[in-house]
Ligand binder design. Structure first.
Ligand code: ZN
Ligand code: ZN
Length: 121
């Protein structure tokens, strides 16, 4: 069965068939707009969803020491996980793009890269 059965639009008083999810094309737009009004920053919500915390925790468990300090022979417990290529520049949250950092290294790197998103990630 490639197609879901068509249902009527869930918008009150609308008798058209739903094209996507539960609304007709017109009302889907209305509902999308309404939904977006509650999301102050949909882009960043998508970037730092609930799954980020899990990715971060898992990464820090696998890399418990600050990777920058380690390069200098220092052993500092990592406190934060840094995106090497910032998400705002098209990076992702795969392990290859992550770095365990202590607070000091993280703020230094964030300042150097001029990442305006600097939300502590
Ligand atoms: Zn409708
Ligand atoms: Zn460090």
């Amino acid at each position: 069965m490639p197609y879901k059965p068509k249902r009527p639009c869930a918008y009150p008083g609308c008798g058209r068939l739903a094209v996507r999810e539960q609304y007709c094309a017109e009302h889907q737009k209305v509902m999308d707009k309404r939904y977006n009004q509650y999301e102050r920053d949909p882009a960043s919500n998508k970037r730092y969803g609930r799954s980020w915390k899990r990715i971060r925790d898992r990464y820090i468990k696998a890399h418990p020491l600050c990777e920058e300090c380690q390069k200098q022979g220092k052993l500092t417990p990592a406190e934060e996980v840094h995106h090497i290529l910032p998400l705002s520049k098209g990076g992702n949250s795969n392990a290859e793009n992550l770095m365990s950092l202590c607070k000091a290294c993280h703020s230094r790197i964030t300042a150097e890269s001029g990442d305006r998103w600097g939300k502590g990630y």
